[in-house]
Design a protein around this ligand. Structure first.
Ligand SMILES: [Cu+2]
Length: 162
């Protein structure tokens, strides 16, 4: 009787575990739930195909970034990092350089705090979707933080009031 009870308990907890796994929706599902979808491409000539986009405060934004280039990631990796208004871009980008092959994110706390949304550094043919809530109205710069790219790979996200 006791043994049966243990077996039953084990079965129940396994079922719960499966339920939890099913609830973790993949990136594509997340994107569908977003209020707005934005896709940006980066290429081998260090260009974003989209230099500006506009969203509304409070919207859920699914941002997909694709590296459509062919050059190896070590030479021509790209990401998208959106930063708060007032961020000094050259200083911010310099602080990201040590992570140019991985996250592309800054080291210093003040710059970490300035990040609104970011993808990791992507190699050729890779893409990533990140979902975030559009912050307060304003103009938000976005750049690629791969070493030396921020000067040309840049754009502006405009957030309008609701
Ligand atoms: Cu880049």
């Amino acid at each position: 009787m006791i043994a049966t009870g243990v077996a039953l308990a084990a079965q129940v907890s396994m079922t719960f575990a499966q339920d939890a796994a099913t609830k973790e929706a993949p990136a594509a599902e997340e994107a569908k739930k977003a209020d707005v979808e934005v896709t940006i491409e980066g290429n081998d000539t260090m260009q974003f195909d989209k230099k500006e986009f506009t969203v509304k405060e409070g919207q859920t934004v699914a941002l997909t970034f694709k590296n459509v280039g062919k050059l190896p990631k070590a030479a021509m990796g790209h990401n998208v990092v959106i930063v708060k208004p007032g961020t000094v871009i050259p200083s911010f980008a310099m602080d990201c350089m040590p992570n140019a092959q991985t996250t592309g994110l800054p080291q210093k706390q003040e710059y970490k705090d300035a990040v609104v949304a970011s993808t990791k550094i992507l190699g050729p043919g890779e893409s990533e979707t990140v979902t975030f809530t559009a912050p307060a109205p304003g103009k938000y710069d976005y750049i690629c933080t791969f070493t030396g790219h921020f000067g040309v790979m840049k754009g502006v996200m405009t957030v309008e009031a609701k």
